[in-house]
Ligand binder design. Structure first.
Ligand code: IVH
Length: 695
């Protein structure tokens, strides 16, 4: 831990209930400032803070108090001077720069990157591979920061590249932007001296979690939601009142500079390394690459991380490392030849809402869905976007005819971000949730404090259909060929009312249906037959009990001896199962109390459904003990090991908690092992486990 420069002063201050009594020396004040700068550096550049936010705030408040009591200590580069006392300005002054901020050419695939490199090699008259630096392409807003003798003096937006807007007062409020650059210590100090006049280029951005927090606040106060982190960051930077900007959690990464001659920095990589020493945050995912293959691997690696990063990126930027080669390559009118942006497929796209339909699911829940003009986004074509429930539609105020942003990140279901209100034509009517079920006409209900509107009629054809589709789905009975279309026909022709009717179907009955040949009919019947041998967990899940997803079904199957036990268990017994709460226990009990449900289960079992024999406990040796197996097991398979545990009356779980008795760690055990160590759960290896079971 670093020596704390301001410690003595802080102790003095503590005695005087926050207000220093004795006048500190200039050196004291400087030490306190350095201390604050240091913690800023730890937080934003190293991403490794030494103190809590509250402690940081205390330091800052102390400095503020000193500066207010003894104004002679005030200074423009003091960390207290982030929000100036200046009154909001009417507009932004335009600044004109001598070295313009350029844009970058785009490439969409590896071939375009290869072509770019070939052109580059031709231009600089060199052969062979060159050295590159690859960086994530931040999806924020570009700024230039000017430092005079290491002191921050001006910030401006990119504007048209040459002319930007002066946003100095706003940028000052961003803690990730150092008000003074750190002077490097040791040999590096001499090597890379801070030039008298330095222009830093980088990206202002907002983290996703911060963006969501802001939007939640907006929603709570009934204010308009922001569309995305990028626009919010750009909008926040261009606030007339810097106090508003100060409230926005903006961040900064530096990625370039002008005015480095004489510093001894000769390459992009050295530049990024020096930025860190100067206290400027640099994206830690930046990496050197020395071949096209390296660049492709980098792009793949970053693309795979994209959805897990705390901020949005829209590609990677590839830069020639060596400044001399950059100069040789030169620039075209607006973009350099030495840099290329390799974009990711867009995750957001604009489209139009053609209609908003309301669907009824197997639980009777009414779900509004926006039918949009088909649009390619996140690698798929999207034409339907769920709007979840009534509140969600009203909160977003989506209306038919609106132009909207649709987003699909990773494998997540597509989401309607927001309508673009400026493009709304006229005043289309607001969305209204129907008062009657759109399928059966029963008046719908919405329970107090709940977001879901439901059709209470359990015999509503939509619910019947939904339950059947769910029963036949892959995670449940997995009956191939029994999808939505066929289920629809079976319900309308009244061949099937509930899951147990499925097992009464025959080829003869099916061929009567429209567009059903003998062969398809036989296939369906085979699939139905094949589904009869299943697991208890799949069967329970297929019943479609409210709140019983695959995980809960698995818990029930592991802890109950038979389906009869499930039908007869009371709420207490169910909630005794670790991982099953009271609410779900009540749901299950209520479901099992309905005579019709019981009948369906009995008929299903009578139709010949059997369960893969779950290992039965033959001793109570491991009674009350839970085992978690993790890592690569070499002496037995996970299934075998879990069966051994269950045979002895123990339980096998998938995740580690305080309730876990043993974690059996194989090779390359990762997070579960870590968690076990953190919680102090006993960790054993495979041999020890074998000993426990007497082998
Ligand atoms: S370098 C000459 N590096 O992308 C190269 N730009 O058109 C100048 N951007 O709006 C830019 N991340 O703000 C560079 N790591 C990165 C970047 C980056 C995002 C933005 C930049 C500009 C656009 C370039």
């Amino acid at each position: 831990m670093r020596r704390c420069a301001g410690r003595n002063l802080r102790n003095d201050c503590n005695k005087a209930i926050g207000m220093p009594t004795r006048k500190p020396t200039r050196a004291d004040v400087e030490a306190l400032r350095r201390d604050i700068d240091h913690h800023n550096y730890r937080y934003y550049v190293l991403d490794d803070p030494e103190i809590s936010d509250a402690e940081y705030d205390r330091l800052l408040r102390r400095l503020e108090e000193i500066e207010s009591q003894w104004p002679e200590f005030r200074s423009a580069d003091s960390p207290t001077q982030r929000v100036g006392a200046m009154a909001p300005t009417a507009g932004f002054k335009v600044i004109t720069r001598t070295v313009p901020m350029l844009s970058i050419d785009n490439a969409m695939d590896a071939d375009e990157v290869r072509e770019w490199r070939e052109r580059l090699v031709r231009a600089v008259g060199a052969d062979g591979e060159r050295d590159y630096v690859c960086e994530p392409k931040m999806d924020g807003t570009a700024v230039e920061l000017i430092y005079e003798k290491g002191v921050f003096v001006q910030a401006s937006t990119r504007g048209d590249g040459t002319n930007g807007e002066d946003v100095t007062a706003n940028a000052r409020t961003i803690r990730a932007i150092p008000l003074r650059l750190r002077t490097a210590e040791g040999p590096a100090a001499k090597k890379h001296k801070i030039p008298a006049l330095l222009s830093i280029r980088g990206e202002i951005y907002m983290r996703l979690a911060d963006f969501e927090k802001i939007n939640k606040k907006q929603a709570d106060t009934g204010d308009k939601l922001y569309a995305n982190p990028r626009n919010t960051a750009a909008g926040s930077l261009k606030q007339i009142d810097p106090r508003v900007t100060a409230e926005r959690p903006l961040r900064f990464f530096a990625y370039g500079a002008a005015g480095l001659s004489g510093t001894g920095i000769h390459s992009q990589w050295e530049c990024l390394e020096t930025f860190k020493q100067w206290g400027l945050p640099v994206n830690p995912l930046s990496q050197r690459c020395d071949s096209i293959e390296d660049i492709i691997a980098y792009h793949e690696k970053v693309a795979a991380q994209r959805d897990k990063l705390p901020y949005e990126i829209d590609g990677v930027v590839i830069k020639v490392n060596d400044f001399a080669v950059q100069t040789e390559a030169g620039t075209r009118s607006r973009s350099p030849r030495w840099a290329l942006a390799w974009k990711f497929p867009p995750q957001e796209a604009r489209t139009r809402v053609n209609s908003i339909a309301v669907y009824v699911g197997r639980t009777g829940a009414l779900t509004p869905v926006a039918h949009v003009e088909p649009v390619h986004v996140g690698g798929v074509t999207v034409s339907n976007v769920t709007l979840h429930n009534e509140d969600e539609v009203l909160r977003k105020d989506v209306r038919v005819g609106d132009t909207v942003w649709v987003r699909r990140a990773g494998d997540v279901i597509p989401e309607l971000v927001a309508p673009i209100l400026e493009l709304r034509k006229g005043n289309p009517p607001k969305f209204k949730m129907p008062v009657k079920c759109p399928v059966c006409g029963t008046p719908v209900e919405r329970a107090e404090g709940e977001a879901v509107t439901r059709c209470p009629n359990t015999t509503c054809p939509a619910q019947i259909r939904g339950r059947l589709v769910h029963f036949a789905s892959r995670g449940a009975m997995d009956i191939e060929g029994l999808g939505e279309k066929l289920v629809d026909t079976l319900v309308t022709t009244e061949l099937v009312h509930d899951p147990s009717d499925i097992y009464e179907l025959t080829v003869d009955k099916l061929v009567e249906l429209e567009r059903m040949g003998e062969k398809s009919a036989q296939n369906v019947i085979n699939a139905i037959e094949g589904s009869k041998h299943t697991t208890m967990a799949r069967f329970i899940y297929g019943l479609g009990i409210l709140g019983v997803g695959e995980t809960v079904a698995e818990l029930l199957a592991n802890n109950l001896q038979s389906i009869d036990e499930l039908l007869e268990a009371d709420t207490d017994k169910l909630s005794e199962i670790h991982g099953i709460g009271e609410v779900i226990a009540e749901e299950i009990h209520a479901w099992a109390s309905v005579a019709k449900n019981k009948r369906v289960v009995k008929r299903l079992i009578a139709a010949g459904i059997t369960f893969e024999s779950a290992p039965r406990a033959t001793s109570n040796e491991f009674d009350g003990q839970t085992f978690v197996f993790t890592g690569t097991l070499t002496k037995f398979t996970r299934e075998e090991a879990e069966a051994e545990v269950k045979k002895r009356g123990g339980k096998a779980a998938g995740s580690v908690s305080k309730q876990t008795s043993y974690v059996v760690a194989g090779e390359k055990a990762g997070s579960k092992l870590e968690k076990a160590q953190k919680l102090g759960v006993a960790v054993i290896d495979e041999d020890e486990f074998l000993k426990m079971i007497g082998r």
